[in-house]
Design a protein around this ligand. Structure first.
Ligand code: FMN
Length: 477
């Protein structure tokens, strides 16, 4: 029988040496777990001796805490009769400025920017800051989008475009169109269904969801909700044994078809939007007043387990624990693309993490052009994927013309989760329709067969493509 725990007993465990928290009426001993919490121990210590239900549920699925802890750490249920007004007051976060209901009906959403506007209107400040936010001045987040707009189409006319196909395959999975849901952590921030909406919406719509390491639902629950196939994104944990175990677990599922190892975020960057929202929250700001705010925001909370010591030498280590195709996510220069190829990786994702890694890193589409200039051979030897700033089907067509096998779409799918599974299905349908329309207007019938650089005029951005170090710097390429 579960024992009843009084508030005064919970309060006796409000230090890192003995850290109990209450979530949804259950009392958990987090002392042993806190140091390995993917979001870092600080957030648990901040809520020790308190009811953490509100911040917990904003980010995690109800089942995650039980599946992450041994049963012995579930102390019992909170004795409601012992709850005092002062304890409740100390647990109450500042009211969020925005109501969650003020969003237009799904039928009014006609493109990815509409999903973004609806999210801006209806998300809490904390959710908006986490999802829309990027590093420092968000230069790279925005320039990813702007640069795609500067590449022109060169449509061919008088083609019979009454029938078009966007079909392709990637790592043995059939895709009805060459895009996938880029891996994003803590998706429950965007809507209660979180990753389950991505899993349920992507597959039946003919695309694939890449599950993130710091997901808000347990990975096996997401896989259960996945009708057919998924990719899995790995952040290598400082505790390598954990990553090895995770790799073995996900490789055991016949649904997972590739592992994307993310390498562009050895440390979580400075996310100022997150930090500002955190500063508004009364419960969280009471703690560690003199501490550097770099540790403050949701993004930083969910990334402190990442091992900054990962190098190319770790690719064989990853292979030891999985036989799945290995895709290196976060390539931002041609030399690294070539290294991934020479190590036998099955793919790369040209990505700057949607501007959430190094701010002022070059736009992803420019990196793709850089690969063509400096190491065109990589396109034939491995799958070259790209993400960052893709908001229109026509943007996706441009990347395919430049040799990408498929395109990852990040934030738009998080904004679609605001509408649950139906939102995700709607987002896929809109993007597919835009791709097909762009193909017809440009004179293509089979996207993967016919798309090529001849359909594009990249002149407006060609001067941005890296030429090699300036002679006066006297360095070798
Ligand atoms: N990339 C990862 O490899 N792992 C993650 O856990 C992860 N979490 C993210 C969380 C959010 C809220 C966002 C916006 C991005 C995240 N990314 C993550 C980066 C995406 O996979 C992708 O590279 C980026 O979103 C693409 O840019 P876009 O948002 O402009 O489409």
């Amino acid at each position: 029988m579960t024992r009843k725990v009084s508030v005064s007993e919970v309060l006796q465990h409000s230090s890192p040496e003995s850290a109990w928290i209450v979530v949804d009426g259950n009392v958990y001993d987090m002392t042993d777990f806190a140091p390995s919490h993917p979001g870092g121990p600080e957030i648990i210590h901040q809520y020790s001796g308190r009811d953490a239900s509100v911040p917990y549920n904003e980010v995690h699925a109800p089942s995650l805490i039980k599946s992450s802890l041994d049963a012995k750490h579930h102390i019992g249920t909170l004795d409601a009769a012992t709850v005092t007004e002062s304890w409740t007051a100390a647990n109450t976060p500042a009211p969020q400025a925005k109501a969650a209901s003020s969003k237009p009906p799904l039928a009014d959403i006609i493109n990815m920017y509409d999903f973004e506007k609806a999210a801006h209107q209806s998300f809490t400040n904390k959710a908006w800051a986490y999802i829309n936010g990027a590093s420092n001045d968000s230069i790279t987040r925005d320039i990813n989008i702007e640069t795609l707009k500067k590449i022109w189409f060169r449509p061919a006319v008088m083609k019979n475009v009454s029938r078009v196909t966007t079909r392709t395959s990637l790592f043995g999975c059939r895709l009805d169109a060459p895009f996938y849901v880029a891996p994003t952590g803590a998706v429950r921030t965007a809507g209660e269904e979180g990753e389950l909406a991505l899993a349920r919406g992507a597959g039946p719509s003919g695309i694939i969801h890449c599950i993130s390491t710091p997901a808000s639902y347990p990975h096996d629950e997401i896989l259960q909700a996945t009708p057919e196939h998924a990719f899995f994104q790995l952040y290598v944990d400082k505790d390598r044994a954990k990553s090895a175990k995770l790799l073995r677990q996900i490789s055991a599922s016949d649904k997972v078809k590739a592992v994307f190892v993310t390498v562009d975020l050895p440390v979580v960057s400075k996310r100022e939007d997150d930090e500002r929202v955190k500063a508004e929250n009364t419960v969280e700001k009471q703690v560690s007043p003199g501490k550097d705010q770099k540790g403050a925001g949701l993004a930083r909370q969910s990334g402190s387990f990442i091992d900054p010591a990962v190098t190319w030498d770790d690719i064989p280590w990853i292979r030891k624990h999985t036989t799945l195709p290995v895709v290196v996510k976060g390539i931002q220069r041609w030399q690294d693309a070539r290294t991934a190829m020479s190590l036998g990786c099955e793919g790369i994702v040209v990505s700057n993490h949607g501007g959430r890694a190094a701010d002022t890193a070059q736009p992803s589409i420019i990196t793709l052009l850089e690969l063509h200039r400096n190491c065109p051979e990589v396109f034939g030897k491995m799958e070259v994927l790209v993400d960052g700033g893709f908001r229109r089907g026509s943007d996706i067509v441009k990347a395919i013309c430049l040799g990408a096998s498929a395109v990852g779409v990040g934030r738009p799918f998080l904004y679609a989760v605001n509408y649950g599974t139906a939102g995700v299905e709607h987002a896929v349908a809109l993007l597919r329709d835009e791709i097909e329309t762009a193909m017809r207007l440009c004179g293509m019938t089979d996207l993967m067969e016919e798309a090529g650089p001849d359909f594009l005029n990249t002149a407006p951005v060609d001067h941005l493509v890296y030429h090699g170090p300036h002679a006066y710097l006297g360095r070798k390429p």
